[in-house]
Design a protein around this ligand. Structure first.
Ligand SMILES: [Zn+2]
Length: 235
């Protein structure tokens, strides 16, 4: 067993260079064996993880690219133009972009997921509006609804990261945001149709979401109840 003369790290037999500082190893007492097992892995665990992530991303890309291409080919063969396959292929491409970009990042993955999700959903819904000739609903309804959703999600993530919210209040805030989103969507739809103030279905979403949200906030801020719940279900 020998050690690096420069940094003192332990060297395996037959090591030609120190794995840490790359100082050449010269041990006159030991004949060189190039096939000796290495004392250290070739890659660090972080490098290994990164390599696996890249492999997974490439595999996911290929798995999504194949059906996207297939849809386009079938559509072109049958109808001679891009009709329904436009929806399927763009959905697959945008889904990959929305998942791959945050995954490929080292930091701020949650914010990137919200941002990419927002961007890709907007592009997709805009494409659907353009392709389907179903009237102008993207700018009056979809864009403001998605913007509100993205802003609320970013705020919730930010508050969770800053420890303003714990795991329980994170769920409570998410229910409150979902309820608000539904009310906003119904308001946007009725405003786009020229009649504001008609809330028909959103109260049915608002009521249970608000109840769950308030119950969770109550559990969180009432110490005795919180401890009792914590004993029964671990959170
Ligand atoms: Zn060394």
């Amino acid at each position: 067993m020998s050690y690096c003369v420069h940094c003192g790290v332990k060297l395996s037999d037959g090591e030609k260079r120190c794995p840490l500082c790359l100082t050449p190893v010269f041990d006159p007492a030991e004949p060189r064996r190039s096939n000796a097992p290495r004392a250290y892995p070739v890659r660090t665990p972080e490098q290994e993880l990164k390599k696996n992530k890249h492999f997974l991303l490439i595999m996911a890309g290929l798995m999504l690219a194949a059906p996207a291409l297939l849809c386009l080919i079938i559509d072109l063969l049958i109808t001679g133009s891009i009709t329904w396959s436009g929806y399927a292929s763009s959905a697959l491409i945008l889904l990959f972009a929305a998942v791959a970009v945050p995954l490929a990042l080292e930091k701020h993955q949650a914010y990137a997921a919200v941002g990419m999700g927002f961007l890709c959903l907007n592009i997709y819904l805009f494409l659907v509006e353009q392709l389907s000739n179903s009237g102008a609903w993207f700018f009056p309804i979809a864009l403001p609804a998605l913007s509100l959703c993205a802003v609320m999600m970013t705020a919730v993530i930010l508050m969770y990261r800053r420890n303003v919210l714990n795991r329980l209040t994170l769920i409570a805030a998410s229910f409150a945001a979902a309820a608000l989103e539904c009310v906003a969507i119904e308001w946007l739809i009725s405003a786009a149709n020229g009649k504001s103030g008609d809330f028909i279905w959103s109260p049915f979403v608002l009521a249970p979401c608000a109840f769950i949200s308030l119950a969770l906030f109550f559990i969180n801020y009432n110490r005795a109840v919180r401890e009792e719940v914590r004993r029964r279900v671990h959170f």
